[in-house]
Ligand binder design. Structure first.
Ligand code: SF4
Length: 258
């Protein structure tokens, strides 16, 4: 079993045993009890994602079915809850599930991700991610997995970004320290503020911004001035930034958001 962060970095760079990333959690979804897995990758290499920059990427997916099948059958509720951007709810999610998420799931089924307690000692995670900018939920809602998993993995990171649609539920209150409340209307923005959350709001094309909101500087409408890695604003209450963030609906189905 790998017992140091240095040895894990070697394994992620190609030494034997070779892994593509690490599993952070396998178990029940805190949203609906379905079987889920949380995977972290892009640990030793820069991410190719233009908007985020070089960040550790994490995927929260159903353990038992392919991501596209989960979308088609509604089983993705375990990892996205009642998010209005799910295809089952009308479909404006910006993540390209058919490409990146399916590829992560395929690698998971082929045993390419190191398992805690079997392939590596989970106590190395704070050191493994030390100094990184860590994205909670490249796909999936971070609140589907226990808060302690994220708190441990990000204990020594430089910064983190994360978004949750579960912010209205008291059981997920701890996440306000590391995640933004994903809000979809001015009314929800006001409610999230009253509940002590910082917010990330998706607005319809050409809808107005609201006082106290800043347009995401990596967005097309702001001229794609920076990346999440450099900006780091979306880390909930633990980020230095205090403003709420707003962005115009985007991605393959963004035009359907009203
Ligand atoms: S506000 Fe900053 S951290 Fe948040 S999504 Fe935009 S670039 Fe990323």
């Amino acid at each position: 079993m790998i017992s140091t962060a240095a040895d894990m970095r070697k394994a992620l760079k190609g030494s034997s045993p070779r892994f593509t990333g690490v599993i952070l959690y396998e178990g029940r979804s805190a949203i609906d009890g379905g079987p889920i897995v949380v995977i972290a990758n892009r640990i030793a290499h820069a991410s190719g994602n233009e908007k985020t920059g070089a960040m550790v990427q994490t995927f929260i997916i159903r353990q038992d079915v392919r991501p596209l099948e989960a979308l088609a059958t509604g089983l993705d509720k375990s990892i996205c809850g009642g998010c209005i951007h799910r295809p089952a709810n009308g479909g404006t999610c910006y993540v390209n599930v058919g490409r990146s998420v399916e590829s992560v799931y395929g690698a998971y089924t082929r045993g390419r991700y190191a398992r805690p307690g079997k392939d590596y000692d989970a106590s190395i995670l704070p050191d493994l991610f030390e100094g990184s900018v860590f994205r909670l939920g490249t796909y999936g809602d971070p609140a589907a997995a226990p808060f302690r998993i994220w708190a441990n993995a990000t204990a020594k990171v430089k910064a983190r970004t994360g978004y949750t649609h579960q912010w209205k539920r008291k059981a997920f209150e701890a996440f306000k320290s590391i995640c933004m409340a994903s809000v979809d209307s001015p009314r929800d923005l006001a409610l999230a503020r009253a509940m002590g959350w910082r917010s990330f709001r998706v607005r319809a094309k050409d809808a107005a911004t609201i006082e106290g909101e800043v347009i995401c500087p990596a967005s097309k409408e702001a001229g794609q001035k920076t990346t999440c890695e450099a900006c780091k604003a979306c880390g909930g209450l633990s980020a230095k930034a205090r403003a709420d963030i707003v962005i115009m609906a985007h991605g393959p189905t963004g035009g359907r958001f009203t």
